[in-house]
Design a protein around this ligand. Sequence first.
Ligand SMILES: Nc1nc2c(c(=O)[nH]1)N[C@H]1C(S)=C(S)[C@@H](COP(=O)(O)O)O[C@H]1N2
Ligand SMILES: [Mo]
Length: 268
Amino acid sequence: MATVDDIEEELPEKKPHREELTSEQQIRRRTLKAFALFGLAGVIPFSLWKWIKIQPKEAGLPKVFREVLKVNEEVANGYFSNANLAPTFPKDWAVKNVRVNGRDGLRSAIDKDAWRLKVEQPGRKALLISLDELKALPKQEIVFEFKCIEGWSQIQHWGGVNFAEFVKKYQLGQKDGSEAWYPYVGMKTPDGGYYVGIDTPSALHPQTILAYEMNGEPLTDLHGAPLRLIIPVKYGVKNLKRIGSLWFSDERPRDFWAERGYDYHVGL
Ligand SMILES: Nc1nc2c(c(=O)[nH]1)N[C@H]1C(S)=C(S)[C@@H](COP(=O)(O)O)O[C@H]1N2
Ligand SMILES: [Mo]
């Protein structure tokens, strides 16, 4: 893997550092502010309103409101918009010699017939879903440029179940008795040797797939059989191979490469 310094060099303008805060701290700060404002919206005291009115303005709106709008925009984009789609290509542009990168969580053999996808959510009984059940859902294919953070990329062809479709089918992600979404999805290999955390809007992005095929064939072991994540809005590191279980949660799930110094979100 590249070092943290390499990544910072690769993505200078994408990760502007405001003051001394890391992007993670900035997001947390902004989100907290947004939630605080949502909570106060109905009962906002006059003194606070006066304070907001004297805040610095950005595009005509007090900056605090602008920040709430930004968070809303980001959430809305992730869930609903097709505007930020990764470019796609004709099938015959896809490479045949797909590179293998990363074997964490793949070193032991698994019994693919006995394999089930375990799905968890707070307050619910775990689901165990077979590959045949997933294959019975509509198949989505994508040919896109897969990018590894180490500096290589390839045009690759994957097929599987659209993640949002899967979520809808099994009624996942939203908190019981409310419209609110769990903010994170965690995933790990059956042996726990590799694991990722993904923000829910990115997981629900229209191009995110639970893939069981590569180039029209079942996945090979080293590409993540029987099921892997394909998430074109993220770098390769988040595209977990050999998914054993996935879960929705309020807490940010552990993430293998974030624990080794990479940015948690590694978005493209
Ligand atoms: N289980 C598991 N998934 C993983 C990894 C890994 O080491 N183990 N490496 C990641 C990285 S860094 C990349 S670039 C892609 C590579 O996928 P590929 O081997 O199919 O090209 O898998 C990702 N998913
Ligand atoms: Mo990677």
